[in-house]
Design a protein around this ligand. Structure first.
Ligand SMILES: C[S@@+](CC[C@H](N)C(=O)[O-])C[C@H]1O[C@@H](n2cnc3c(N)ncnc32)[C@H](O)[C@@H]1O
Length: 260
């Protein structure tokens, strides 16, 4: 049975750190270095160059597993949404960063500047949701995120999540910083999480997600989950979100996406 979890507030979900500098600048230039820095100084490098490049073989193998209409949650600069669009697939990226949405649109992908915790087009009808590149950390509360996605993904729909390559289940307040210097201005802290596959499966099972597969490739780890939650519901007509990206068309899963 699915339990409703406290959702990150709108303000927290639109954390200024992702929606402003230095992330926006890194996406504009396609270059890091950029890190998530914990209070104790521990640094998690962000792979900005890889995210801003085209999809690699590991990404393409993930795309092969996607079913039907795909929602890329925290799409960043949009390499996956762009690749899906190029293949004529129905796909939408969502991200709280305007710079990320702009880059995704420039690749020919559809994207919406929106938090996953806000109303989304096609709720309860997406065949696949993606949470890649550490995006299980979004909101800093994996159960709240998985619970939210059980509403967004169709019954029996798929969630493909990238997990940390170590057995970790961690929540921490982090700063998004350009370098390792702890004295550098770091903006406001925001909650983030890191999960290995065992922790993901533990949290997911408790929320009605059924394990479908797990694999690793190129040093990255992934798990696929099926939405067995009873909390999925078709989108109510008046909850259709208004698109705020540069693109005019809004590919909710039931409607065709114009070839890009
Ligand atoms: C670790 S990065 C991953 C980037 C990415 N998957 C890519 O292909 O470039 C996390 C991404 O999630 C976005 N994000 C953070 N909080 C979010 C939220 N509440 N809803 C949607 N996206 C969010 C960030 O702006 C950022 O682009």
């Amino acid at each position: 049975m699915s339990t409703r979890h406290d959702r990150p507030s709108r303000a927290a979900a639109r954390s200024s750190t992702w929606s402003a500098e230095p992330y926006a600048d890194a996406l504009r230039t396609g270059r890091g270095p950029l890190f998530l820095r914990r209070r104790d100084g521990w640094l998690l490098p962000l792979d900005v160059e890889r995210w801003c490049a085209g999809p690699d073989a590991v990404d393409l193998a993930v795309l092969e597993r996607c079913e039907g209409a795909v929602l890329d949650v925290g799409c960043g600069p949009g390499r996956l949404v762009g690749a899906l669009a190029a293949r004529g697939r129905r796909a939408l990226g969502i991200d709280v960063s305007e710079a990320a949405v702009a880059r995704t649109a420039a690749l020919g992908g559809h994207a919406l500047c929106r938090s996953v915790f806000e109303a989304l087009p096609g709720e309860g009808r997406w065949d696949t949701a993606l949470l890649l590149d550490g995006n299980l950390g979004i909101g800093g509360d994996p159960r709240a995120l998985l619970d939210r996605l059980s509403e967004v993904v169709a019954p029996e729909g798929l969630l493909i999540a990238e997990t940390a390559p170590v057995d970790v289940d961690e929540r921490a307040d982090v700063h998004l910083v350009r370098g390792a210097d702890p004295r550098a201005d770091a903006g406001s802290p925001f909650p983030w999480a890191r999960l290995g596959t065992p922790a993901l499966l533990r949290h997911a099972r408790a929320l009605g997600w059924g394990p479908a597969d797990q694999w690793s490739a190129g040093g990255r780890c992934f798990a696929a989950l099926r939405n067995r939650s009873t909390s999925s519901r078709p989108e109510a007509p008046n909850r259709t979100a208004v698109m705020s990206s540069q693109r005019a068309a809004n590919p909710s899963p039931g409607s065709p996406v114009p070839a890009s």
